[in-house]
Design a protein around this ligand. Sequence first.
Ligand SMILES: *Cc1c(COP(=O)(O)O)cnc(C)c1O
Length: 411
Amino acid sequence: MPRSLLSAPKSSILAPRIGTIETSMMRRVYLDNNATTPVLPEVLEAMRPYFGEHFGNASSIHHHGQETRAAVERARESVAALLGCRASEVVFTSGGTEADNLAIFGLTRSGDHVITSTIEHHAVLNACKHLAAKGCEVTYIPVDGRGLVDPADVKHAVRPNTKLITIMFANNETGVVQPVAEIGEIAAEADIYFHTDAVQAAGKIAIDVNKIGCDLLTISSHKFHGPQGVGALYVRKGTQLEPMLYGGSHERSRRAGTENVPGIVGLGKAAELAVAGFERGDDLKMAVARDHLERELLSIEATGLNGEGAPRVPNTTNIYFDSIAGEALVIALDLKGLAVSTGAACSSGAIEPSHVLLAMGLGPDRAKASIRFSLGKQNMAEDVDFALALIPETVSRLRDLSPVYRSVFSK
Ligand SMILES: *Cc1c(COP(=O)(O)O)cnc(C)c1O
């Protein structure tokens, strides 16, 4: 009987162990949940009717439309409960990227100044880069060696024309949690909009928009066991937001286009399950499993933790294995059935050191020797054991092939 990391339901009629795919060929363990997570069986069950019997357009006034409209509004309540906001403040989008773009482009005009950080996800970073074309200026706040933004730096960067501060809640590569409540206070005092990309925080740590003091907040369904291609932007009541898409008056004219009803229903269910998970203490159990994995990996020589000393979400650990090419380790582990990542999924494929780790002061070699391990609710205690049985021997085999490592570390 597999030991569950969490007290989440252990099996379902759909798949006894989703995310841990057993084939006749080999066992596969997935520890790349910051890239995407498997849809939980309950989420799939909640979505299923909206592909079939309940197919109406949520804008139609007949029975079929009313049915899907009700489902969308129930999902909006569930997302609002996850974030501590009103349902009317939730705007459904096609995902985290669109929500980040809507926040950034929806608030800014030519001549505005925007403050962000050097470690944002590319959905924010590249949107901010594009703001120059719109006649806006952007200040990029650096981070310290732990990966943390200093709120004092944010305060000093404020100008008379600063319109928006956009700083992420939790980093996707390191899991480091930023001092968002302090930044929210600075924004409120200076009367500046504050947006936070909470894609990697949602479902992992409790979020309350009023405690953070943010005006806008992004979440993405597929990062916490909902389906891909759907997300939401929290928009505080009274915020003047220009839409990016023009069309029908969907989402109170903040996001035109027929709603992705099955996706939205899935997001709502994932939000409900996340809230229930916090009540069961899933986050604490996740941290215990992550800490065990981390402790064992750090006992391998010439390794270290990226984000040491900073608060982090409970599922993520990012570790450097000196003199190893991260990509080579990812590939070697994948051949043995373990899926991990060198960091942002978008930068995998191109062997560029992570902009997040470089911003934290790592040299390019150490940045490229870093691996992200991220747990999900589907993972079992056995999955961590499986990883721990593979990684030390794989690291030492790769190091045996490395002349640099042999000359520096071997006697
Ligand atoms: C994944 C991710 C996004 C993008 O969300 P999508 O729904 O995949 O577009 C944005 N920000 C962070 C921090 C992420 O991890």
